[in-house]
Write a protein that binds this ligand. Structure first.
Ligand SMILES: [Zn+2]
Length: 194
Protein backbone atom coordinates (compact mmCIF):
# COMPACT_ATOMS: atom_id res chain seq x y z
CA UNK A 1 0.00 0.00 0.00
CA UNK A 2 0.93 3.64 0.00
CA UNK A 3 2.52 3.55 -3.41
CA UNK A 4 0.87 6.23 -5.50
CA UNK A 5 2.66 5.34 -8.71
CA UNK A 6 0.39 5.23 -11.74
CA UNK A 7 0.22 2.41 -14.27
CA UNK A 8 -1.87 1.63 -17.33
CA UNK A 9 -4.10 -1.40 -17.81
CA UNK A 10 -2.95 -3.37 -20.86
CA UNK A 11 -6.55 -4.11 -21.87
CA UNK A 12 -8.53 -0.85 -21.49
CA UNK A 13 -5.56 1.57 -21.33
CA UNK A 14 -7.00 3.27 -18.26
CA UNK A 15 -4.47 4.84 -15.92
CA UNK A 16 -4.88 3.85 -12.30
CA UNK A 17 -2.89 3.74 -9.10
CA UNK A 18 -0.56 0.79 -9.23
CA UNK A 19 -2.10 -0.85 -6.17
CA UNK A 20 -5.54 -0.79 -7.79
CA UNK A 21 -4.29 -2.93 -10.65
CA UNK A 22 -3.06 -6.52 -10.82
CA UNK A 23 0.58 -7.00 -11.79
CA UNK A 24 1.78 -9.89 -13.94
CA UNK A 25 5.29 -11.10 -14.69
CA UNK A 26 6.84 -14.10 -16.39
CA UNK A 27 8.65 -16.57 -14.13
CA UNK A 28 10.27 -19.61 -15.75
CA UNK A 29 8.22 -19.16 -18.90
CA UNK A 30 4.94 -19.00 -16.98
CA UNK A 31 2.62 -16.05 -16.50
CA UNK A 32 2.50 -15.27 -12.78
CA UNK A 33 0.06 -12.99 -10.96
CA UNK A 34 2.36 -10.92 -8.74
CA UNK A 35 -0.04 -10.29 -5.85
CA UNK A 36 2.41 -8.26 -3.79
CA UNK A 37 3.79 -6.42 -6.84
CA UNK A 38 7.31 -7.22 -5.76
CA UNK A 39 8.59 -9.82 -8.22
CA UNK A 40 11.53 -8.88 -10.38
CA UNK A 41 11.41 -8.44 -14.09
CA UNK A 42 9.24 -6.71 -16.62
CA UNK A 43 5.68 -6.47 -15.43
CA UNK A 44 2.35 -5.47 -16.93
CA UNK A 45 -0.85 -4.35 -15.27
CA UNK A 46 -4.49 -5.29 -15.60
CA UNK A 47 -7.76 -4.10 -14.08
CA UNK A 48 -9.60 -6.51 -11.84
CA UNK A 49 -12.53 -6.76 -14.26
CA UNK A 50 -14.09 -9.49 -16.34
CA UNK A 51 -13.83 -7.37 -19.48
CA UNK A 52 -10.12 -6.68 -19.08
CA UNK A 53 -9.40 -10.33 -18.21
CA UNK A 54 -11.28 -11.35 -21.38
CA UNK A 55 -9.67 -8.82 -23.69
CA UNK A 56 -6.12 -9.45 -22.43
CA UNK A 57 -6.37 -13.19 -23.09
CA UNK A 58 -8.26 -12.97 -26.38
CA UNK A 59 -5.91 -10.39 -27.88
CA UNK A 60 -2.73 -12.00 -26.49
CA UNK A 61 -1.85 -8.77 -24.69
CA UNK A 62 0.43 -10.44 -22.14
CA UNK A 63 2.67 -11.71 -24.92
CA UNK A 64 2.71 -8.27 -26.47
CA UNK A 65 3.40 -6.25 -23.33
CA UNK A 66 5.79 -8.67 -21.68
CA UNK A 67 7.60 -8.99 -24.99
CA UNK A 68 7.57 -12.72 -24.75
CA UNK A 69 7.36 -15.14 -27.62
CA UNK A 70 7.79 -18.14 -25.37
CA UNK A 71 4.68 -17.43 -23.30
CA UNK A 72 1.92 -19.83 -24.24
CA UNK A 73 -1.59 -18.56 -24.90
CA UNK A 74 -3.62 -18.32 -21.74
CA UNK A 75 -7.40 -18.65 -21.82
CA UNK A 76 -9.78 -16.41 -19.93
CA UNK A 77 -10.68 -19.39 -17.77
CA UNK A 78 -7.03 -20.21 -17.02
CA UNK A 79 -6.29 -16.58 -16.13
CA UNK A 80 -9.26 -16.50 -13.74
CA UNK A 81 -8.11 -19.75 -12.17
CA UNK A 82 -4.52 -18.53 -11.89
CA UNK A 83 -5.53 -15.31 -10.10
CA UNK A 84 -8.07 -17.06 -7.87
CA UNK A 85 -5.58 -19.73 -6.81
CA UNK A 86 -2.97 -17.08 -6.01
CA UNK A 87 -5.46 -15.22 -3.79
CA UNK A 88 -6.39 -18.52 -2.14
CA UNK A 89 -2.78 -19.40 -1.42
CA UNK A 90 -2.32 -15.97 0.09
CA UNK A 91 -5.37 -16.44 2.34
CA UNK A 92 -3.97 -19.78 3.49
CA UNK A 93 -0.57 -18.24 4.20
CA UNK A 94 -2.21 -15.51 6.28
CA UNK A 95 -4.27 -18.12 8.12
CA UNK A 96 -1.25 -20.29 8.90
CA UNK A 97 1.02 -17.46 10.02
CA UNK A 98 -1.63 -15.69 12.08
CA UNK A 99 -2.85 -18.79 13.91
CA UNK A 100 0.73 -19.19 15.10
CA UNK A 101 0.95 -15.53 16.14
CA UNK A 102 -2.52 -15.79 17.75
CA UNK A 103 -4.20 -13.15 15.59
CA UNK A 104 -6.49 -15.93 14.41
CA UNK A 105 -8.16 -18.58 16.58
CA UNK A 106 -9.27 -21.97 15.25
CA UNK A 107 -12.01 -24.40 16.27
CA UNK A 108 -15.71 -23.97 16.98
CA UNK A 109 -15.25 -23.40 20.72
CA UNK A 110 -12.62 -20.67 20.45
CA UNK A 111 -14.46 -18.95 17.60
CA UNK A 112 -17.62 -18.90 19.70
CA UNK A 113 -15.72 -17.37 22.61
CA UNK A 114 -14.19 -14.73 20.33
CA UNK A 115 -17.63 -13.85 18.98
CA UNK A 116 -19.15 -13.59 22.45
CA UNK A 117 -16.33 -11.34 23.62
CA UNK A 118 -16.68 -9.25 20.45
CA UNK A 119 -13.09 -9.92 19.49
CA UNK A 120 -13.82 -11.41 16.06
CA UNK A 121 -13.68 -9.20 12.95
CA UNK A 122 -14.07 -12.02 10.43
CA UNK A 123 -15.15 -15.66 10.55
CA UNK A 124 -14.13 -18.36 8.10
CA UNK A 125 -15.72 -21.77 7.64
CA UNK A 126 -14.68 -24.80 5.67
CA UNK A 127 -17.39 -25.54 3.09
CA UNK A 128 -18.22 -28.90 4.69
CA UNK A 129 -18.53 -27.69 8.28
CA UNK A 130 -21.31 -29.65 10.00
CA UNK A 131 -24.70 -27.99 10.13
CA UNK A 132 -24.72 -28.42 13.88
CA UNK A 133 -21.42 -26.57 14.28
CA UNK A 134 -22.46 -23.81 11.94
CA UNK A 135 -25.85 -23.36 13.61
CA UNK A 136 -24.07 -22.88 16.93
CA UNK A 137 -22.29 -19.85 15.51
CA UNK A 138 -24.66 -18.41 12.92
CA UNK A 139 -26.91 -16.60 15.38
CA UNK A 140 -23.93 -15.02 17.11
CA UNK A 141 -22.38 -13.99 13.80
CA UNK A 142 -25.59 -12.33 12.68
CA UNK A 143 -26.18 -10.68 16.03
CA UNK A 144 -22.63 -9.33 16.22
CA UNK A 145 -22.64 -8.39 12.51
CA UNK A 146 -19.37 -10.18 11.80
CA UNK A 147 -18.60 -10.87 8.12
CA UNK A 148 -18.04 -14.51 7.23
CA UNK A 149 -16.82 -16.47 4.23
CA UNK A 150 -16.66 -20.09 3.19
CA UNK A 151 -13.33 -21.74 2.37
CA UNK A 152 -12.50 -25.10 0.74
CA UNK A 153 -13.46 -28.29 2.53
CA UNK A 154 -12.04 -29.00 6.00
CA UNK A 155 -9.35 -31.37 4.83
CA UNK A 156 -8.09 -29.07 2.08
CA UNK A 157 -7.93 -26.15 4.51
CA UNK A 158 -6.08 -28.23 7.11
CA UNK A 159 -3.53 -29.49 4.58
CA UNK A 160 -2.93 -26.02 3.18
CA UNK A 161 -2.34 -24.41 6.55
CA UNK A 162 -0.51 -27.40 8.09
CA UNK A 163 -2.91 -27.55 11.03
CA UNK A 164 -5.37 -30.08 12.45
CA UNK A 165 -8.86 -30.21 10.91
CA UNK A 166 -11.11 -27.49 12.36
CA UNK A 167 -14.67 -26.31 11.81
CA UNK A 168 -14.16 -22.55 12.02
CA UNK A 169 -11.64 -19.71 12.23
CA UNK A 170 -11.95 -16.20 13.63
CA UNK A 171 -9.70 -13.24 12.84
CA UNK A 172 -9.03 -11.10 15.91
CA UNK A 173 -7.12 -8.28 14.23
CA UNK A 174 -9.17 -5.69 12.37
CA UNK A 175 -6.51 -4.68 9.87
CA UNK A 176 -5.76 -8.29 9.03
CA UNK A 177 -9.48 -9.00 8.68
CA UNK A 178 -9.82 -6.16 6.16
CA UNK A 179 -6.87 -7.41 4.11
CA UNK A 180 -8.41 -10.89 4.04
CA UNK A 181 -11.91 -9.64 3.21
CA UNK A 182 -10.59 -7.72 0.22
CA UNK A 183 -9.03 -10.90 -1.17
CA UNK A 184 -11.99 -13.12 -0.27
CA UNK A 185 -14.31 -10.73 -2.12
CA UNK A 186 -12.14 -11.01 -5.22
CA UNK A 187 -12.17 -14.82 -5.02
CA UNK A 188 -15.96 -14.60 -4.81
CA UNK A 189 -16.21 -12.27 -7.81
CA UNK A 190 -13.99 -14.41 -10.03
CA UNK A 191 -16.22 -17.38 -9.23
CA UNK A 192 -19.11 -15.40 -10.70
CA UNK A 193 -17.20 -14.62 -13.92
CA UNK A 194 -16.62 -18.24 -14.90
ZN1 LIG B 1 -8.59 -2.38 -17.73
Amino acid sequence: MGSKAIRTCIACNTEKYKDELLRFVIVDGQLVFDLKQKLEGRGCYLCFSKECFKKSTKKRLFQKHLKSNILEDISFFALCKNVRETYKRYIYTLLRVNIISKNIVEGIFKVKEALKEEKAFLCLFPSDVSKNSKDKLTNLIIRKKVPFYMLDDKKTVAINIHRPIRGAYAVLDKKLANVMIEKLEKIKQIKKWI
